[in-house]
Design a protein around this ligand. Sequence first.
Ligand code: CA
Length: 229
Amino acid sequence: MSKILIIEDEESIANLEKDYLELSDFEVTIANDGESGLRLALGGEFDLIVLDLMLPGVDGFEICKKVRAESEIPVIIVSARKDDIDKIRGLGLGADDYMTKPFSPSEMVARVKAHLSRYERLKSGDRPKNDIIEIRGIRIDKTARRVWVDGTEKQFTNKEFDLLTFLAENPNHVFTKEELFRKIWNMDSVGDIATVTVHIKKIREKIEFNTSKPQYIETIWGVGYRFKI
Ligand code: CA
């Protein structure tokens, strides 16, 4: 449940906002003056702030500035005066939205919801996640083309990386050297399939604790290799 902080000195307005937000299942806390509002706002436990500008003690301008210096939490400014809103816009204090009193409570709720979902997307990071393969002690980051073995990063050539990744992506599947050669070197199997053997040996030196008793890439005699899961 998202937590909303209302900083508002007019009790009737604060309670009206609270009632509407609670109807939409938000958890609401009211601060009636600037000092307690600022303290709560900087406490880090809220997901969004509805902030009145004219407050006893610390005013909304100051609160907005201090909150913005520390976090990206959405701040919706509420003011009785249109020119205050123009002023805060002009100051570039980084409020996310502005509403002039009197406003319709249901519109406020709609704006709260819109800013919360935007903030959630921001926090979760809409950047695409790296494509990771993890098998026991091996971690392969396909996107960054990096490999860790028991927490230590190891360096692989391009073909070693491609071969290891291909086997790890198809665990328990036995591939012949010819298949691996075609797959990784992208040629018909006219090349030297001994290349596969050489690469497997190099990969094992980097990932296996004991290369004569491989735990990851097994040799299936007379057939090929498989990545054991
Ligand atoms: Ca006020």
